[in-house]
Design a protein around this ligand. Sequence first.
Ligand code: FES
Length: 248
Amino acid sequence: MNRRDFALQLSRILSLVLILPMTAIINACTTRKEEEEFTIIQKNTNPLADSLVKEIHILTPAEGAILVIGQTFLISWEAKNVTNFNVQLYSGGNLIQTIVANETDFSFQWAIGPINTTTATIKVFDTSDPTVVDVMENPFTIVTAFEIDLAVHTALQSVGGYTFFEPPSLGRFITKRISATTFESISMLCTHNSCNVALQPDKSFLCPCHSSSFDAFGNVINGPAIIPLSIFRTEYYPLESKVVVFSY
Ligand code: FES
């Protein structure tokens, strides 16, 4: 064998050594891919598997949301293989009301209410099978909001001015203008036994029932009350010339 023949022979041998295993690998990959595709097709075309699954998942309200009584809110959910829904409101784990029964849509426009609570949760379940259910794990808050029109309550147009209010939802409270942009609202419900306290000339509060007294910020000075008067969150909206008092 001359040198040229030897080189030709060597290149044939190398081709066989390198190409054959590569071909085998490619074939193996192709076969595996085809098997996988077949498996996926089988999974996706099995109608029985999906038809057995029933699921509900609440979308809104979000956990930690703050909703105001009297406004409306869209409770929504997604579901699989459920057509009729019951929606219930819980507070502290206790059923408060069925918001809607036999709803066929995936949402419901809720007139927020009926109570102030920081432990509200929503439960949505299949009307025909209550075991198909979703319950919010963490709560949201429902509050009362009371609007004060400064054009009407003119005492609050000046710093140092104050006015009393007594809406049924909040009980008696006083709102004071602390500065040009800040207001403060203090519940006047005595924390001992729920009598209304009276404002004193020095701006402190005295309860007529058992003589508990509170300073101008609602802190206890003398018992028997041991808990300060409640402070309501108060927001000022200068463009609308109004103050909103919230029950928390
Ligand atoms: S109710 Fe106010 S001190 Fe008892």
